[in-house]
Structure formats: structure tokens, C-alpha cells
Design a protein around this ligand. Structure first.
Ligand SMILES: O=C(O)[C@@H](CO)OP(=O)(O)O
Length: 221
């Protein structure tokens, strides 16, 4: 039996400033670095074989802080190489090295015109209820941005085509990504309904574990 670990990146500078972030490539805040390092301590003795992350630095920083605690180097397998067998990759993997795949399929939900706006100011302008609908409804898009359903529709095909095969090959997999791309993944894994998904919140830097056995995910409590 092997496992899947999902980690939402540590607090970013715009999480701290309470701004809609989406695809804006802001780094971790000082607290976010600390959260990622605490997560690394929690995962220090957890064997990881392969990692997936988004194209955004906050998720990548979090992943590499986790790997560093294990004294591991992550090696990005870029588009030009990732379809080849690992053995054909110019880098031979040493024991302290693991492959890292990054894809914009795992990016945060694109927040359109809201990106950069302060969430409290948006509530004052558009009303509490409207902002909640934009942030947490399943299929209503924020102005110019993606609904969670749009995010799901790019995240889940990648999860099925790229991540599940690694689990089926017995690998222990970590995915370092974002609040809404991971809410999509959890919706899929746990079969959460469109009506219930608004209630799911993920904390920054807190790993969620699933064991994977015969194609089935079981959440570790
Ligand atoms: O701003 C964002 O990109 C996301 C995550 O921080 O926000 P929310 O939790 O409101 O979807």
C-alpha cells in the first residue's frame, strides 16, 4: 500500500495581505516559510518517491522546503523530457533525488478581475454574499475568472493521466499545490457533491494523507 500526500502551500505574501491571488506568482511570506518548514518536520520520515507541483513559486517553494528537510533534491522533468522513461533522462537519479513534475493544471484557480483586490474591500464593494459565491460556489465564475468547476476540469484530467499512474505503480506521491486546485482533487477523490464543496477549506502548510490500495483512496485520520 502506498500513499498520496496533498499539501496546500504555506501562507503567501498576498494571503497575508488578504488579496485575491489566483495566477499571480507571489512568494511565501515569512510565516509561510515557517509553515512549510513545520510541514517538512511532520513529513521528515515519510518516504516520497515522486512530486507534483504547479507552475507557481509558492507551491514550488513549499515543496522544496519539504524535500530539503529530507535532504533530497527535486529534479524537474520538463516538457521536453518528461514523456521519456526516467532512465533516458540525462540526469541519473541518485538515492537523494526525486523527480518533480510541474504543470499549470495544478495552478490556483484563475481569479480574473479579482486578482490583486483585497478580499475585505471586495466584500464592502460587492457584498458578503456575492463574494462568498465567487469564492466558494462550484460553478459560478468570478468576473473574468474560473469557477471551481473550470479549475476541476483542468486539474482532474491531469490528476487522472499523470498522478494516478504513479500511484498505480506503487509510488508514494506528494502534490504541493493550491487551495482551489486541491479542493478539486479532494472533491474528485472523496466524491464530494457540488452542494457540499463550498464547506471544504484547506489550511496552508497542513498535509492531507490518503492511502492508495487497489485503485481506492482512503483518507488517513
Ligand atoms: O486568493 C486566492 O487565490 C485563493 C487562495 O488563497 O483564495 P480563496 O481562498 O478566496 O479562493
Amino acid at each position: 500500500m502506498n500513499y498520496l500526500i496533498l499539501v496546500r502551500h504555506g501562507q503567501s505574501r498576498w494571503n497575508l495581505e488578504n488579496r485575491f491571488t489566483g495566477w499571480v506568482d507571489v512568494p511565501l511570506s515569512e510565516k509561510g516559510i515557517k509553515e512549510a518548514m513545520d510541514c517538512a518536520v511532520e513529513l521528515e520520515n515519510v518516504e516520497i518517491d515522486v512530486a507534483f507541483t504547479s507552475k507557481l513559486i509558492r507551491a514550488q517553494e513549499t515543496l522544496f522546503l519539504i524535500l530539503a528537510k529530507q535532504k533530497k533534491s527535486g529534479i524537474f522533468l520538463h516538457e521536453s523530457t518528461k514523456r521519456k522513461e526516467w532512465s533516458l533522462h540525462p540526469v541519473r537519479f541518485e538515492d537523494n533525488e526525486i523527480p518533480v513534475f510541474s504543470s499549470d493544471a495544478l495552478n490556483e484557480r484563475f481569479y480574473g478581475d479579482l486578482q490583486g483586490q483585497n478580499k475585505q474591500e471586495a466584500r464592502e464593494t460587492f457584498g458578503e454574499e456575492q463574494v462568498f459565491i465567487w469564492r466558494r460556489s462550484y460553478d459560478i465564475r468570478p468576473p473574468g475568472g474560473e469557477s471551481l468547476k473550470d479549475t476541476y476540469e483542468r486539474t482532474i484530467p491531469y490528476f487522472i493521466e499523470a498522478i494516478i499512474p504513479q500511484l498505480e505503480n506503487g509510488k508514494n506521491v506528494i502534490v504541493s499545490a493550491h487551495g482551489n486546485s486541491l479542493r478539486s482533487v479532494i472533491k474528485y477523490i472523496e466524491n464530494i457533491s457540488d452542494e457540499d464543496i463550498p464547506k471544504l477549506e484547506l489550511e496552508t502548510g497542513k498535509p492531507v494523507f490518503y492511502s492508495f490500495n487497489n485503485g481506492k483512496f482512503v483518507k488517513d485520520k
